[in-house]
Design a protein around this ligand. Structure first.
Ligand SMILES: *[C@@H]1O[C@H](CO)[C@@H](O)[C@H](O)[C@H]1NC(C)=O
Ligand SMILES: *[C@@H]1O[C@H](CO)[C@@H](O)[C@H](O)[C@H]1NC(C)=O
Ligand SMILES: *[C@@H]1O[C@H](CO)[C@@H](O)[C@H](O)[C@H]1NC(C)=O
Ligand SMILES: *[C@@H]1O[C@H](CO)[C@@H](O)[C@H](O)[C@H]1NC(C)=O
Ligand SMILES: *[C@@H]1O[C@H](CO)[C@@H](O)[C@H](O)[C@H]1NC(C)=O
Ligand SMILES: *[C@@H]1O[C@H](CO)[C@@H](O)[C@H](O)[C@H]1NC(C)=O
Ligand SMILES: CC(=O)N[C@H]1CO[C@H](CO)[C@@H](O)[C@@H]1O
Ligand SMILES: [Ca+2]
Ligand SMILES: [Ca+2]
Length: 598
C-alpha cells in the first residue's frame, strides 16, 4: 500500500511539475513543565457547552440542565476532562443569560438548584469537572441589587455607576456624563427617572455595570464565587473581564470623553471610540489576582483538586499576559488565547490564511507567554463564527489537529468536534441582541446566532436536540449528515478523528514534550513534539488550496529518521501506517498528517 501510494504521489508530482518550497520563516523551541509538577488542568481537555443549544430534555425547544446530564456519557467518551457552561443563572434573557438577575439561582427554563446538584453529582461519578461562567461586569436591571440602588437603599447607593449628567444651558436638554458607547450600539448611559440619575451600562440597557470601586460589591461577588464552590464547581470562566473597572472621575466628578478611533463613521457603533477609559484598566488585573487567591484559599481549607480560573479578554497581548500573574502573585491559570480568533486576517474570514499566518498566530502566544506558564488554545466559542466557516470547511480536521497537537490546554466549543458550521439565520429568526439592536441590512455583521444553532445529535427530527417541532434557533439543515450518530457510525469522520486526537494527546510526548515549529513555505506548517525516550510526533499541514511537492520538513525541525503516518485527514489521500520521507513530502491541498517516529 505504502509503495503504491509513493508511486501515485510521484506521478502526481510529475504531472503538476511542483517546485521545491522556500526556506522556513519562524521557529522557536519551548520546554513544557515536567510530568512530576503537572496539575490536572494543564493537560486537560476542556469543552464549552452553550446550555440553551446543547440538549432539550422537556420539549420546550430550549436546552437545559437535565439535557446536559443526559449527555455526560457522550462527553466522557469524547475524552473531555472539564466543561464550562455559558450562564445558567436566573435572567430575563435580554442577552441569553449574560444579564444575571439572581447570581445565586438557576434560570427556570434550564432547571432548578436540585437539577444543578444532580449535574454535579453525575459529573463527579464520571470524573468530569463542571466550570461555571461568572459574569462580573454587570447584573440585570431586574436584579434586586439594582432595584435597591435605584431607591438609594442603605448599603446599595453606590452598587452601580451613577451620575447626574449635565444640562444643555441653551436647550435645557439632558446630556449624558460622557460620550461612552455601549457594546450593542448607542450611549452607554441610561437615564433612570426614578433615581433622577444616569447609570452606566457598557452592554445592553438592561445590563447596568456594577461598581467595582465599591468594596461591598467586591465582597458580594466573592460571596457568589464561594456559594458555587460550595455546590461543587471546579472553577470559573470569567466573562468580559476588561469591562469591570472604568477610569475614576476627575476632581469635578467628570468622566473623560473617549477619543475617536477613526475606524468607522457610525457614531452609534462602539468601534467609533477608542476605549481607553472603559476597558483594560489595571485595577481589573488585580481583581483577577484576588479571585485566584480566593480559589487557592478555598482549596487549602476544603481540599480537593485545584480550582481553575479562565479569563475572557479580547485585549492586546501584553495586557492579556498580565492575567497570568507571576510566582508570588498568581493570576488566572487560563487567560483565553484568542489568537486563532483575532489573529490572522481578521476574525470573520481566515479562509486564505497562509502557513506564515498560522505560524505567526502560534508564535504570538508562545513567544510572549511567561516561561513558567501553560499555553491554551481556543479556536471558537459562542461569540464567533464556527471554525469551519472562518477557516474553511476543508480545514475542519486540520484545525482540530493543530489545536490538539500544540502544547498545553485545549478548549473546544460544542459541535466543533463534529465540524458543525454556521447556520443561516434570517432577520425574522434573529435572537442575538447584538444583531437585534441593528437592522435587517447590517445584522449579519453583528449576529452571533449562526454559531449558536442547536447541537446536532442525530438525523432524526430536530437533529435529536428537541422533541418540539420549533426550537429557539433553527437547526442547521446540514444536520442530516453532520451529527453525532452518523459520525460515530462512519468509518472516518470529523468526530472519529477528534477522538483519535484526544487519545494521542494523552501520550507523554504531547503532554510533556518540547515543541518546535516552522512555516516551511507559504503552504506548509510543521510542528514537532519530542520527549526523550518517547516517540517523536510531527504534524505537517498544507493549509492552502494548492499541491506542494518536495517539501523538506526534516531540516527545519531537525527530524531525521523514519516516520510513519499516525493520523491524517481525508485530504491527505494516504493511509495510517504509510511511511513518509520528511525531507521530501508531497502534500495535496489541505492535507494534514501527524507522523510518528519508528
Ligand atoms: C522526492 O520525491 C519525488 C517523488 O515524490 C521524487 O521524484 C524525487 O526524486 C525525490 N527527491 C529526492 C531528493 O529524494
Ligand atoms: C415548543 O416551542 C415553542 C417555542 O419554540 C414554545 O412556544 C412551545 O410552548 C413549545 N411547546 C411545548 C410543548 O413546550
Ligand atoms: C446644546 O444644544 C445646542 C442646540 O441643539 C447644540 O448646538 C449644542 O452643541 C449643545 N451643547 C452641548 C454642550 O451639547
Ligand atoms: C508579581 O506581581 C505583583 C502584582 O502585580 C507585583 O507586585 C510583584 O512585584 C510581582 N513580582 C515579581 C517577582 O515580578
Ligand atoms: C471568505 O473569503 C473567501 C475568499 O475570499 C470566500 O470565498 C468565502 O465565501 C468567505 N467566507 C465567508 C464565510 O465569508
Ligand atoms: C441600517 O443601519 C445602517 C447603519 O446605521 C443605516 O445606514 C441604514 O440606513 C439602516 N437601514 C435600514 C433599512 O434601516
Ligand atoms: C466580550 C464580551 O462581550 N463578553 C460578554 C460581556 O457581557 C456581554 C453582555 O452581557 C456579553 O454579550 C458578552 O459575551
Ligand atoms: Ca428544555
Ligand atoms: Ca464596568
Amino acid at each position: 500500500m505504502a509503495h503504491l501510494l509513493k508511486l501515485l504521489v510521484t506521478l502526481l508530482c510529475l504531472a503538476l511539475s511542483c517546485e521545491r518550497g522556500q526556506a522556513a520563516a519562524i521557529e522557536l523551541e519551548r520546554v513544557s513543565s515536567s510530568e512530576a509538577t503537572r496539575d490536572w488542568w494543564q493537560v486537560a481537555q476542556f469543552y464549552q457547552i452553550y446550555p440553551r443549544s446543547f440538549k432539550d430534555s422537556n420539549g420546550d425547544g430550549i436546552g437545559d440542565l437535565q439535557g446536559i446530564i443526559s449527555k455526560l456519557d457522550y462527553l466522557k467518551e469524547l475524552g473531555v476532562t472539564a466543561t464550562w457552561l455559558s450562564p445558567i443563572f436566573t435572567s430575563p434573557m435580554a442577552d441569553f443569560g449574560y444579564d444575571i438577575a439572581d447570581f445565586f439561582d438557576i434560570q427556570e427554563e434550564y432547571g432548578t438548584l436540585d437539577d444543578f446538584d444532580q449535574l454535579i453529582a453525575a459529573a463527579n461519578e464520571r470524573g468530569l469537572k463542571i466550570i461555571l461562567d461568572f459574569v462580573p461586569n454587570h447584573s440585570s436591571d431586574e436584579n434586586v441589587w439594582f432595584q435597591k440602588s435605584v431607591r438609594r437603599e442603605k448599603g446599595y447607593e453606590d452598587y452601580y455607576v451613577w451620575h447626574d449628567g449635565y444640562v444643555n444651558a441653551s436647550t435645557g436638554a439632558r446630556i449624558p456624563p460622557s460620550n461612552w458607547l455601549q457594546a450593542f450600539r448607542g450611549s452607554a448611559w441610561e437615564w433612570n427617572s426614578q433615581r433622577g440619575q444616569y447609570y452606566l451600562h457598557q452592554f445592553a440597557v438592561k445590563q447596568p455595570d456594577l461598581n467595582y470601586r465599591n468594596p461591598a460589591v467586591v465582597a458580594q461577588m466573592k460571596r457568589v464565587l464561594t456559594y458555587w464552590l460550595d455546590r461543587g464547581v471546579a472553577g470559573f470562566r470569567i466573562d468580559a473581564v476588561p469591562w469591570c473597572f472604568e477610569v475614576l472621575p476627575d476632581a469635578d466628578g467628570r468622566y473623560p470623553d473617549e477619543p475617536l478611533s477613526g475606524y468607522t463613521q457610525d457614531p452609534d457603533d462602539s468601534a467609533y471610540l477608542k476605549h481607553i477609559y472603559t476597558q483594560d484598566q489595571i485595577e481589573t488585573v488585580d481583581m483577577v489576582y484576588q479571585w485566584r487567591q480566593l480559589l487557592d484559599d478555598y482549596k487549602r481549607i476544603h481540599g480537593g483538586d485545584t480550582r481553575v480560573l479562565m479569563v475572557e479578554t479580547y485585549s492586546s497581548l501584553d495586557y492579556v499576559m498580565k492575567f497570568y500573574g507571576n510566582r508570588t502573585t498568581k493570576g488566572a491559570q487560563i487567560p483565553f488565547n484568542f489568537q486563532f480568533i483575532v489573529g490572522g486576517e481578521g476574525n470573520k474570514n481566515n479562509t486564505e490564511l497562509s502557513a506564515y499566518g498560522f505560524v505567526k498566530i502560534i508564535n504570538s502566544w508562545l513567544g510572549q507567554m511567561p516561561a513558567d506558564q501553560t499555553a491554551n488554545w481556543v479556536m471558537g466559542n459562542h461569540d464567533q463564527r464556527r471554525v469551519g466557516s472562518r477557516y474553511g470547511e476543508d480545514r475542519i480536521d486540520l484545525m482540530n489537529m493543530l489545536q490538539m497537537f500544540l502544547p498545553g490546554v485545549s478548549i473546544t466549543y460544542q459541535g466543533e468536534e463534529l465540524g458543525m458550521t454556521d447556520g443561516y439565520i434570517s432577520w425574522e429568526d434573529t435572537r442575538d441582541p447584538a444583531a437585534c439592536n441593528s437592522n435587517e441590512t447590517i445584522y449579519q455583521q453583528f449576529t452571533r446566532d449562526p454559531a449558536r444553532t442547536p447541537m446536532q445529535w442525530s438525523s432524526e427530527a430536530n437533529a435529536g436536540f428537541s422533541t418540539n417541532s420549533s426550537t429557539w434557533l433553527p437547526i442547521n439543515p446540514n444536520y442530516v449528515t453532520v451529527n453525532v450518530a452518523a459520525e460515530t457510525a462512519a468509518d472516518t469522520s470529523h468526530l472519529k478523528l477528534y477522538k483519535q486526537l484526544v487519545d494521542l494527546r494523552k501520550s507523554k510526548t504531547l503532554q510533556y514534550g518540547t515543541t518546535r515549529y516552522a512555516a516551511i513555505n507559504e503552504n506548509v506548517v510543521a510542528i514537532k513534539r519530542a520527549l526523550s525516550g518517547q516517540p517523536t510526533y510531527v504534524l505537517v499541514a498544507n493549509v492552502l488550496n494548492s499541491h506542494v511537492c518536495g517539501v523538506d520538513v526534516a531540516s527545519e525541525l531537525y527530524s531525521s529518521g523514519s516516520y510513519k503516518i499516525k493520523l491524517l485527514n481525508p485530504q491527505a489521500k494516504a493511509a495510517v501506517g504509510d511511511s513518509v520521507a520528511l525531507n521530501n513530502l508531497s502534500m495535496p491541498p489541505y492535507a494534514a498528517l501527524i507522523v510518528e517516529s519508528v
